[in-house]
Design a protein around this ligand. Sequence first.
Ligand code: 3PG
Ligand code: MG
Length: 403
Amino acid sequence: MAHFRTLDNLEQEIGDVRGKVALVRVDLNLPMADGEATDLTRVRAVAPTILELADAGAKVLLLAHFGRPKGQRHSTMSTSVVQGDVEKVLGREVMYISEVSGPVVEQSLGIIQDGGIGLLENTRFWPGEEANDATFAQGIAANGDFYVNDAFSAAHRAHASTEGLAHLLPAFAGRAMQAELEALDKALGSPQQPVAAVVGGAKVSTKLDVLENLSGKVQHLIIGGGMANTFLAARGVDVGKSLCEHDLAAKVSTIMDAADAAGCTVHLPYDVVVAREFAANPPSLRTCNVHEVSADEMILDVGPQATEALADVLKTCRTLVWNGPLGAFETPPFDAATIALARTAAALTEEGSLISVAGGGDTVAALAHAGVTQDFSYVSTAGGAFLEWMEGKELPGVAALSR
Ligand code: 3PG
Ligand code: MG
């Protein structure tokens, strides 16, 4: 794993942080409904870093983006919208500051006591953020003594607050970033083998790079969701009216050949759950062999026999990385395979025979639905950043912290 400094190196690099200003990049891009945050997981994730710095006497200035305002102020995307949520999770007062640089920030720092916390405005209100503009970043850096990045989920963006600042100030990974990087390293960086990857979800086209990268790194590649239909069709299976990207047949064959050459077994379902209509518990529901799907049926989940076989595969593995559900899990009973395999993974993790790492928006929801979020070794709340990591890409926000 690339070496990076953490809060453990603060004292050695900075000395006593009391009274010093910590610019802390967090991800407060919370899911919203009717102007209210519906899930505070991301705030809880960064709380330890904020409190550790505040308790050491630093003045903590939080930097975050919120939505995609494209370089302009929008009141609905002001960080003031989530100020109360941050205060609630931290159990401390947080001062909202309507700018990210300049005299307003300076004056606020005169008011904030040692150990106090300020929340700067949405960095994306300024075009310099996404442009990673040096002058914009210097304006922010001018008010800080050091920089902490605790936003892994935004680390795939090379923006001023996620990348640029790390070059202007002494830079450290926060506790959440540190935990994330350590977990990801255990999963794909230097994992215990054999390694299994579950890759599910609707479309192969969004995960081609993931599949290419994983086929060279893992011993078992388990394909689920609509993606499995595309793989089956590429092998000549008639998938009826299933969701399927028929035009990707050649690409999928290349991936399967590459996997084969690398000693990676690609697992596709051999029994499937099908229905003529996509609805909860439809009357046409049945389970059949993949070769028996009729023209008016669609595949909506991996079948019970294949799920059982996949559980046996996991029992032979030491490491699992999971992205994407196996079936249309939001609609019962097409959640059965995802739930069953997730519970097997959870049980093996509890026994100590498997290190299980999962990530991605749908995946987090699917594991929560299966009730196993707490039982996996690590569940990443990052969406795009987790995928780019699975693609084997270097994340700019992480690279800037490394040395
Ligand atoms: C996210 O919500 O996934 C991150 O905060 C990144 O947001 P973005 O996709 O708007 O860059
Ligand atoms: Mg920042």
